[in-house]
Write a protein that binds this ligand. Structure first.
Ligand SMILES: CC(C)(COP(=O)(O)OP(=O)(O)OC[C@H]1O[C@@H](n2cnc3c(N)ncnc32)[C@H](O)[C@@H]1OP(=O)(O)O)[C@@H](O)C(=O)NCCC(=O)NCCS
Length: 189
């Protein structure tokens, strides 16, 4: 049976919901930027690519089988604006492993929104999907990204030195993770 959270999911300042075709311009506004794409697999997007990606993501809000990807649009509640996206990938059903990711519009960096939105995914993954371990990967040079992971209580598990040639140079990759027990120990009450 597919795992489908009840949408929207509300936090103190944000709403997480499935993508819809009305998100194209907001997504293009940040995915066209070189500074946003620097550490992502994709390069800066054209409007056409952003349209295709949003069309694909509009159908990716449930997890039914290993390998499925959930992408959620993140709205700032006040003033209302679509400010970024978070993702949860069901990597392994037998070993109950998941991977999270996040991309936010630089106009809305520096307020803790990425941390607040991604924390929701840890709750969904452990509480609702029954995952045992959730990990995230980023370039070692992507300080803002691994700071999010550390704010979420994830541990640095690996630093892969020059493990791949990426965008014209050797890539350094960090892996962070958190186990279900560690996450439960952090919950209030
Ligand atoms: C990775 C990314 C999402 C991090 O964004 P961010 O704004 O730094 O992260 P947060 O939203 O959690 O905000 C944290 C910052 O807000 C500050 N902040 C302000 N109010 C806060 C609050 N109420 N709660 C938490 N943090 C708050 C924190 O101190 C921190 O500032 P600092 O970086 O100066 O220490 C962003 O850099 C990005 O989108 N990058 C491009 C895409 C990308 O590389 N994604 C990751 C691929 S692995």
């Amino acid at each position: 049976m597919a795992f489908e959270p009840r949408y929207p999911i509300e936090t103190k300042r944000l709403r997480l919901r499935p993508f819809n075709r009305g998100d194209v311009d907001a997504v293009f506004a940040y995915r066209k930027r070189e500074d946003v794409a620097r550490h992502l697999f994709d390069g800066p997007m054209t409007h056409q690519t952003a349209t295709e990606v949003v069309g694909l993501r509009a159908g990716q809000f449930t997890l039914a089988a290993e390998g499925d990807k959930m992408f959620l649009a993140v709205d700032l509640a006040d003033p209302h604006a679509m400010i970024g996206e978070v993702s949860l990938i069901w990597r392994d059903a037998v070993s109950r492993q998941g991977e999270i990711g996040y991309i936010f519009n630089p106009l809305h960096h520096g307020h803790g929104y990425a941390t607040e939105a991604t924390r929701v995914l840890l709750g969904l993954g452990f509480e609702d999907l029954g995952l045992h371990r959730i990990y995230a990967r980023c370039a070692a040079a992507n300080t803002a990204s691994w700071h999010v992971m550390e704010r979420l209580g994830m541990r640095r598990e690996a630093h892969f030195r020059e493990h791949a040639f990426f965008k014209g140079g050797w890539d350094e990759e960090l892996v962070y993770a958190i186990l279900e027990d560690e996450w439960r120990a952090m919950q209030p009450g």
